[in-house]
Design a protein. Sequence first.
Length: 190
Amino acid sequence: MATGTRVRMVDAAVEALQQRGAAGMSFTDVLAASGAARGAIYHHFPGGKAQLVAEAAALNGHQVRAHLATLPANDPLAVVNAFLGAIRPVVAASATGSGCAVAAVTVGPEAGSDALRKVASTIFASWVEALADRLITAGLAPSEAGDLAAMLITLLEGTHVLCRAAGNLEPFEQAARTAAALTQCRYSNV
């Protein structure tokens, strides 16, 4: 089925972006992982690798945004702790070589593409918006919610890099402790 093949190819591209980044992702790897025939590449992705990479990043971005929209919003600290708990295993995978499929389109040779940078920027902004919405529901003013949400997404992306470099989760744990403590201190009366 054509649609199934396309979906499998995009899913395989998400995994390839997480494991090897945009520069290291090849059609050969995507075809092998998806079980698609060689002819499926330009049939489903006439824009080539750039189109496949953009669609894979967008899919992963949509999945993350959907998850963020379900975080409990009892109070700001509950949102922060739920976010940190949700991203801990994702960042832990960074320590062993995985990464963020969305961030992958912003580094390496493909990062020169304005289209891919725009895709990543739009996705990251949607994550900040989803997290800010949860924080507003938890009682924060919109400006405070937006600032805290942006800091949390920055924590996520920054700790991906730091944990990968360290080969362990300690940079994340340090940042997570600090984020939770600052949130509790600043917003405990909300």
